[in-house]
Design a protein around this ligand. Structure first.
Ligand code: PGA
Length: 251
């Protein structure tokens, strides 16, 4: 059985004090949840203060991105070690906003994955097609390209702790969600792909989150699908009530 995993991607929202406030309220609401991995991904500037509040508790913290180099002249960037040192356990890689606005390529994601897996960070690798790609019947081609591009050069055993997030770009922040069946179909496609390229065991065990306008209203239906193991939640994770309801929908 794959354990459910719900992550909140706060994107460029919340100052340090606001983030601390939000996470304290969240802890109050989900302290009784035992069967779901809960992760919050605040912006870099709030990671350390949120990590202090979370301590060794059940809610874990992740970053939204990182650089592939260990250190050096990369103005504005942070390394895996910097994230680990302040208590991060997870890191989102290859989010569609990084790909669209900051030109991140599959090969960048691949290098970041390598750097994350060289440490104990747990990467959440995002894949997903744009609207015109879906309408052009290219969903599987694009998703395959993202998955294989990110995973290039890794063995199944190296990828064991990786989490995938299928996030159709047309559903992110738009209020349009893939139907549960549409999402499940792509998740099943990803599992088949992994099975043929990396073997049955990884395909069965890897957790695949769905992301794109997940809300309390659609969470239960999405998360009841057999191939959907959790959610990567953007907008709704900024509202503690909504995020807690999404977590409880799967718990
Ligand atoms: P959304 O964002 O829930 O606001 O659509 C999801 C994401 O970008 O991870």
């Amino acid at each position: 059985m794959r354990r459910a995993i719900i992550a909140g991607n706060w994107k460029m929202n919340k100052t340090g004090p606001e983030a601390v406030q939000l996470v304290k309220e969240l802890l109050n609401r989900v302290s009784d949840v035992r069967d779901v991995d809960i992760i919050v991904c605040p912006p870099f500037t709030a990671l350390e203060s949120v990590a202090w509040v979370l301590g060794e508790g059940s809610v874990k913290i992740g970053a939204q991105d990182m650089h592939w180099a260990e250190q050096g002249a990369y103005t504005g960037e942070v390394s895996a070690k910097m994230l680990l040192t302040i208590g991060c356990r997870y890191v989102i890689l290859g989010h569609s906003e990084r790909r669209a606005y900051f030109g991140e390529s599959n090969s960048d994601v691949n290098k970041k994955l390598k750097a994350a897996l060289a440490t104990s960070l747990i990467p959440i690798v995002c894949v997903g097609e744009k609207l015109e790609e879906r309408e052009g019947g290219q969903t599987e081609v694009v998703v395959q390209d993202h998955v294989l591009g990110a995973f290039e050069g890794f063995s199944a055993s190296e990828l064991k702790r990786v989490i995938l997030a299928y996030e159709p770009v047309w559903a992110i922040g738009t209020g349009k969600t893939a139907t549960s069946e549409q999402a499940n179909e792509v998740h099943a496609f990803i599992r088949d792909l992994l099975k043929s390229k990396l073997g049955r065991s990884l395909a069965q065990d890897i957790r695949i989150q769905y992301g794109g306008s997940v809300k309390p209203e659609n969470a239960a239906s999405l998360l009841s699908q057999p191939e959907i193991d959790g959610a990567l939640v953007g907008g709704a994770s900024l509202d503690v009530e909504s995020f807690a309801r999404i977590i409880k929908a799967v718990s």
